[in-house]
Design a binder for this molecule. Structure first.
Ligand code: ZN
Length: 454
């Protein structure tokens, strides 16, 4: 019987008591009924909440976590980190890509992510030739997602240039090289893999790496309603380059020439003018915020307070995967704002004064929109993707219900996620991923092979 009884479940309007959740064989919720009575034979849990969406991932970068934390000769920056990442990407094979992604996805699940959007740009062989199957590496990431049991939105990347004004790619970028036709071909090749757990969209890498004409060509060939993600305005240098070459800031340039709407996820969007803040908010696009990576790379702080005041939508991603925890992303999203404004409790609305609940619900809504999949809420028609918290943990003892998410996000470093269900199937039980040992063994083997990348 596909049923679960939660004494407390986080529904779109807030916590509800005595909720019976029911789902079908396809993994979709068919009924969510508060005020139910617990019936014999049905598993009963204390706290259930929707699984989080990780809206921005480069899964192979999981293998670099903690390995770029040494000072070079000059000021280290995003750009010097990127050189190290390129060197690492030079040698990985499809087998490595799959093994690393499976490990990452299992870790993400254990920490409460049940969906991931993979911004996928290592698509060619090391010498720049295509694999026999043009979607080979994308298929490997999807295979890893299926093995781990996480929902995935695959976003093949459009990547043609090394900078504004159509600068040619550098040798170390040849594995990423695609034009509009290449990307549409990969998207078409992935079409048979679309199902309840898998969607396929597209990702122009950035306005540095893709021209406006190419972006519009890809949009013209993309099936409707598919998600579109782009890196934008992550670095001050990128804004300066855009101004120098086009006379416009990146977000301004995009909005002037491309129809940006709710299909879009603008990843980072760190450096914005007040006009750009309002443009993104008014478009219905999601701001894809990755606070731990943005901190790790020294990007800067997103203007969250102004963006929320303008009605903007946001979600979170772990990007380079220095963290695999939505708790850490949301905590640092709020802490960055507190440090900047020298105030407390920034991410709230008039109606929702609980920071933890505002952040979790907001990131669910924005993340679901960016994923282009029916996730992000415990409601009929959505996927049966949920987390069960460890109600025996001291951090969750003696709390009022409205304090639960505050404690989850802002108290301590223990992982309070006990069980995780994706598409109606348990993939984490008692804090252990169901295939953890096999996935970790393969990852360790891969890391041993890739040890010498410098
Ligand atoms: Zn990224």
């Amino acid at each position: 019987m596909n049923q679960l009884f939660a004494r407390h479940a986080l529904l779109p309007d807030g916590w509800c008591a005595d909720v019976l959740l029911e789902w079908n064989q396809a993994g979709d919720l068919v009924a969510v009924t508060p005020g139910s009575a617990p019936a014999a034979g049905i598993e009963c849990v204390e706290y259930a909440l929707p699984g989080m969406i990780n809206l921005h991932s480069h899964s192979f970068q999981r293998a670099l976590g903690g390995r770029t934390e040494f000072a070079g000769d000059s000021h280290d920056s995003f750009w010097t980190w990127r050189d190290l990442m390129y060197r690492f990407a030079r040698n990985i094979t499809p087998d490595h890509i799959e093994a690393i992604a499976a490990q990452l996805f299992a870790e993400c699940l254990r920490h409460g992510y049940t969906s991931v959007c993979e911004f996928h740009y290592v698509q060619r062989q090391p010498d720049g030739a295509w694999y026999d199957r043009p979607a080979e590496t994308a298929e490997r990431v999807i295979a890893a997602a299926r093995l781990a049991g996480i929902g995935v939105t695959m976003l093949p990347v459009l990547y043609s240039y090394s900078g504004f004004n159509d600068s040619p790619l550098k040798p170390e970028q040849q594995r990423f090289r695609t034009d509009a036709d290449d990307v549409l071909r990969v998207i078409e090749a992935l079409a048979p893999l679309r199902d309840g757990q898998t969607e396929v969209g597209v990702a122009p890498h950035s306005l540095r790496a893709a021209s406006i004409a190419q972006i519009n060509a890809v949009l013209a060939g993309l099936p409707p309603e598919r998600p579109v993600h782009v890196h934008i305005a992550e670095q001050q240098a990128e804004v300066q380059q855009a101004l120098a070459h086009t006379g416009r800031r990146p977000v301004q340039l995009l909005f002037d020439q491309v129809a940006v709407d709710g299909r879009w996820c603008l990843v980072h969007a760190t450096h914005l003018s007040s006009t750009e803040v309002r443009s993104i908010a008014a478009s219905g696009a999601v701001a894809g915020l990755c606070p731990t990576t943005e901190a790790n790379l020294g990007d800067g702080l997103f203007p969250l307070e102004d963006f929320l005041a303008a009605g903007g939508r946001f979600g979170i991603g772990s990007d380079s995967h220095v963290s695999q925890s939505p708790v850490e992303e949301l905590r640092w999203l709020e802490y960055g704002q507190r440090l900047h404004h020298q105030r407390r409790n920034i991410a709230v609305s008039k109606e929702q004064r609980q920071v933890g609940e505002f952040l979790w619900q907001g990131a669910l809504q924005g993340g679901a929109q960016a994923a282009g999949r029916p996730v992000g809420a415990l409601a009929p028609g959505r996927r049966a993707d949920l987390l069960v918290l460890d109600d025996g943990h001291p951090n969750l003892c003696g709390l009022a219900l409205h304090e639960v998410l505050g404690s989850l996000i802002f108290s301590g470093n223990d992982n309070l996620v006990r069980d995780v269900m994706v598409g109606g199937r348990w993939v984490v039980r008692n804090a252990q991923h169901v295939a953890q040992q096999a996935i970790a063994a393969r990852f360790k083997h891969t890391m041993a092979e890739l040890r010498e990348f410098r």
